[in-house]
Design a protein. Sequence first.
Lengths: 88, 294
Amino acid sequence: MVVRHALRNALIPVVTLGALELGTLLSGAVLTEQVFSIPGFGKLIVDAVFNRDYAVVQGVVLCTALAYIFLNLFADIAYALLNPRLRA
Amino acid sequence: MTAEPLAAALIAVERAEAPWQRTLRQLAHRRLAMAGLAVVLFFIVLAILAPLVSPYDPLATSWSAVRKPPSFAHPFGTDEIGRDVLARIIWGSRASLAAGLVSVSLALAAGVPIGLISGYLGGFVDGMLMRMIDAMLAIPFLILAIALAVFLGPSLANAMIAIGVSQTPIFARLTRGQVLVVRHEDYIEAARAVGNSHHRIVLRHILPNIVPPLLVQATLAAAAAIIAEASLSFLGLGEQPPDPSWGSMLNTAKNFVSQAPWMALWPGLAIFLLVLSLNLFGDGLRDALDPRRG
């Protein structure tokens, strides 16, 4: 009962906030990857910055923006699934 | 302060209290907000008086004092080429505070007019402007700032511009939302009925009424801008060596964390304190400006 009724409603703000936090997460990855030398997207953009590799910088920005948009879209869909009142 | 303005202020409180007076009174009651304000003011004074209070030249190196732990001569220790960490913290506060002030001013100067035009005119102009703002909001804040800083070239001034531009959409959105609320109020209709021009309605009747939320957002955005400046400097896109900045101090310190933890501790603590205080002050300001709270 807790899972079906309480969790469902309690998840709504969590999903909203989670979607918004994803942007912070993607930004934070840049710094974390730099500190721990993890070869990820953040390290890629920083290395591209120092090589003046504008194409790579643009590419990373585009991909991050796309990822952000889609993750927000999924959050919106999850939102509608959780709250039937929003299904218009 | 002389007695006269004070007495006048007291009478004003007894009579009809002006909104800003009520806000100040509310704000003065919030301990956390006042503590935040005190710390922010402390850092501002520190930045202004840097040449007077700094014990050493922040750029002066000393090969006899390389990575020395805190002592009486160097209260915060010294860094990898013998520069005094305390002096660099004091001078570094200039970069951080300037970044907070300049980038938020830029974001306000660009974002507020866009929001005013968009919210007031509506229709096609609104649609166009908001889609552009949406496109900017789709890119995470720091990634956008990094990308802009790259294209402008690494320097503190360019980092401030990059942060300001990245924050513009937030202000444009907020302003537009507030304008949409305010423009249907009766006093706007009255102002138009009396024959005010659109120009005058926007600047004299709408703008003053949407200042409070903008003020709160500006305080919180200044905190975000300081973190962003530290992040950009950390990555080498902000203040260029050897000029001191908290972010670049952290960057060099990360290579010596096990041998010289004080190199990382103080700049980290300074960023933490300044941002926390700004956020506390912003939160207090928001509560004080909210007429629903007693």
